[in-house]
Structure formats: structure tokens, C-alpha cells
Design a protein around this ligand. Structure first.
Ligand code: FNR
Length: 338
């Protein structure tokens, strides 16, 4: 049996394999309400039928002003629970576990209303300048993450992932490029970590299941967070009981990135080795052999698959065939699976 198809446990939640459907915004909600649609059900459930061990939703906004677009998925209201719960019930029936990525876009929200960020700096020339968050705004946002976690629990998710990457709100606090505050939330790396630290603490009052955090391990700017800063954040997260760091990169400031197969894996490995915490590798991982190499060489504990799973919901079956593993089929498909 390959490592890719060996189960793994996080805080009493067992995944049947190491394949995670990476969070991917579908911008497909109707009427700006942030609710699940039939498209979302088909989209996520088909990856469970395809046997991904963990199906992670796209970024779900914890506040309406924290959406990237009006079509984003939401978890800012109790009205979102029912649709999410229905989705989870279906996904669980195929043996996959479910995760939700909790997010706030901060200055990267492309909305008509006011937008908020740690500092009043626009992302680029064509984007809006955000309003600098007051302490009251910060407290309200931290509380929104807690409320979202409470709803995620009610909706029966197995895992929560905090979106701390790609230049969205949490990343805006973490990065010296976007955080120019002079209060306790800005300045030193300790202060820049303060917001995420409080978000984690708040979520943990409402959620006792596995908690992952996605971070940008490279900001592609010489004045951005260094690997040393990211390792410091990871050490803090470990102390706070975070179960896994999902290692992505970029998105903080406009930068041109030239991705290549496994382009983020080295930084993922560095964090895993330096901090002794479980990590998730993501980014142009497209074959079973490539995933197996990453896991066997202890470079990560999970592989997050994005576009390859968009192209083929049965990517796990292709990977299993490549690795010579038998992958259980959903019972309806057994006769055509081998
Ligand atoms: C993404 N990605 C992403 N990441 C994230 O943390 N939250 C999100 O909601 C989204 N949304 C999103 C939408 C779409 C259409 C794509 C293609 C990507 C990034 C994604 O999770 C993944 O990290 C990257 O796509 C790199 O992995 P792959 O696609 O090379 O496997």
C-alpha cells in the first residue's frame, strides 16, 4: 500500500487517504446570499464519489464584507448552516471527510461596499483603498471567525481550515508589506501574528476538532515575510494546537510567479522539518508518483490537489492505478472500477 492511500488521523478524525481537494472558489452563489447551490453539491459530491479523503470547500466568508465577490460562498449567518449540513451528509455517505475554509478577503474584496484591512493600502492601482480597521472592527472580525466555527460545527464539518494565505485579511496582518500599523497588531513579527493568534483562540472556544491553517510561505517580495518569519508563525501555531499547516504562497502583492511542478513543496518541507508540525503540500502536484514522493520523503503529510481534481474528479483512481493500489469504489461503481 502506498503512503498516499494510507489513512491518517488528525485529532480523532481519520481520513481514508492523504488526498485533499484543495479549496477553490467557484464564485457560483446566487443573489449575493452566500448559500449552497445545486452546482456546489454536484461539484463537491463528485469529488467524494471520486474518493478524495478530504473534500475542502472553497473560501467561505465569515462576514459579508469579507467576500472576494458577491458570488462567494458564505458562513456569516445561521441561514447558511442548512445547505452546508446537507452537503456534508452527502459527502460523508461516500466515506470522505469534509472541511471548510474560513476566510475574509480584507483589501482584496471586490465589492461595492466599504472594504477593510489592517492598513489603508490598495492592492493595486485598479483596486479600492480599504478603510484601516479600528480595534472595534478587529474584535468584531475575530468574533465572526468564532461564530463561523460554531456554524461549521453545527453543519457537521470534520475539519476547519483558516485561510491565512494569498494576501487575504489574515495574511494582510501577517505581512510587513500590508501591515503598517503602529498598535499591538503591527510592527514586529510577534505583533503581526497577534491577529491570527486571536482568531485561533476565538475559533477554539467554539470548535474542538482538527484545525488547519493555510499560509503563504513566500511573498515573492524582498520586503515581505522571510522564511524565518514563517517558521516563527508556524511555531506559534504549533503551540496553539494547530493540527496542520497548509503551505501555499503568493497573493500578498502583485508579483509574477513562474510555477513548476511542486513549486511550493520545498518550503512545506522546511516548515515540517524545522517546526515538527504536520504540513500539507500544494501546487502543481498532478500525479500519484509525485504525491507519493512528497509523502515518503516526509516533505508533507497531506497533498492538496487543486486544478488536477477540477479536470478529473476521479484523480484518486488514476493515482491509485499508477501506484498499483486497490482503491475502494463507491458500491454503485464496483463492477466498472477495476
Ligand atoms: C484556487 N485556490 C484557492 N486557494 C484557497 O486557499 N482558497 C480558495 O478559495 C481558492 N480558490 C481557487 C479557485 C480556483 C479556480 C483555483 C484554480 C485555485 C488555490 C488552490 O487551492 C491551489 O492552492 C492552487 O490552485 C495550486 O494547486 P494546484 O491547482 O496546482 O493543484
Amino acid at each position: 500500500m502506498s503512503k498516499l492511500f494510507t489513512p491518517i488521523e488528525f485529532n480523532h478524525v481519520q481520513l481514508k487517504n492523504r488526498i485533499v481537494m484543495s479549496p477553490m472558489c467557484m464564485y457560483s452563489c446566487m443573489k449575493q446570499d452566500g448559500k449552497m447551490t445545486p452546482f456546489h453539491e454536484t461539484h463537491y459530491i463528485s469529488r467524494a464519489v471520486g474518493q478524495a479523503g478530504l473534500v475542502m470547500t472553497e473560501a467561505a466568508a465569515v462576514l459579508p464584507e469579507g467576500r472576494i465577490s458577491h458570488e462567494d460562498l458564505g458562513i456569516w449567518s445561521d441561514e447558511h448552516i442548512e445547505g452546508l449540513n446537507k452537503l456534508n451528509e452527502q459527502i460523508h455517505s461516500y466515506g470522505s471527510k469534509t472541511g471548510i475554509q474560513l476566510a475574509h478577503a480584507g483589501r482584496k474584496a471586490q465589492l461595492d461596499s466599504a472594504i477593510y484591512a489592517p492598513s489603508a493600502l490598495a492592492f493595486n492601482e485598479s483596486s479600492k483603498t480599504p478603510t484601516e480597521m479600528t480595534i472595534t472592527d478587529i474584535k468584531r472580525t475575530i468574533d465572526a471567525f468564532k461564530e463561523a466555527a460554531r456554524r461549521a460545527k453545527k453543519a457537521n464539518f470534520d475539519i476547519i481550515e483558516i485561510h491565512g494565505a494569498h494576501g487575504y485579511l489574515i495574511n494582510q496582518f501577517l505581512s510587513p508589506l500590508t501591515n503598517k500599523r503602529t498598535d499591538e497588531y503591527g510592527g514586529s513579527k510577534e505583533n503581526r501574528y497577534h491577529f491570527l493568534s486571536q482568531v485561533i483562540d476565538a475559533i477554539q472556544t467554539a470548535w474542538d476538532g482538527p484545525l488547519f491553517v493555510r499560509v503563504s510561505t513566500d511573498e515573492y517580495d524582498e520586503h515581505g515575510n522571510t522564511m524565518g518569519d514563517v517558521i516563527y508563525f508556524a511555531e506559534q501555531m504549533k503551540q496553539q494546537g494547530i493540527d496542520l499547516i497548509d503551505c501555499s504562497s503568493g497573493g500578498v502583492v502583485p508579483a509574477s510567479i513562474k510555477p513548476y511542478p511542486g513549486y511550493q513543496v520545498k518550503r512545506c518541507e522546511t516548515i515540517k522539518q524545522n517546526v515538527a508540525i504536520a504540513t500539507g503540500a500544494v501546487g502543481l502536484i498532478t500525479s500519484g508518483l509525485q504525491a507519493e514522493e512528497i509523502l515518503q520523503n516526509d516533505r508533507a503529510d497531506l497533498v492538496f490537489i487543486g486544478r488536477a481534481l477540477l479536470r478529473n474528479p476521479y484523480w484518486p483512481k488514476v493515482a491509485a492505478d499508477e501506484l498499483g493500489d486497490q482503491l475502494d469504489a463507491p458500491k454503485q461503481y464496483e463492477r466498472g472500477w477495476r
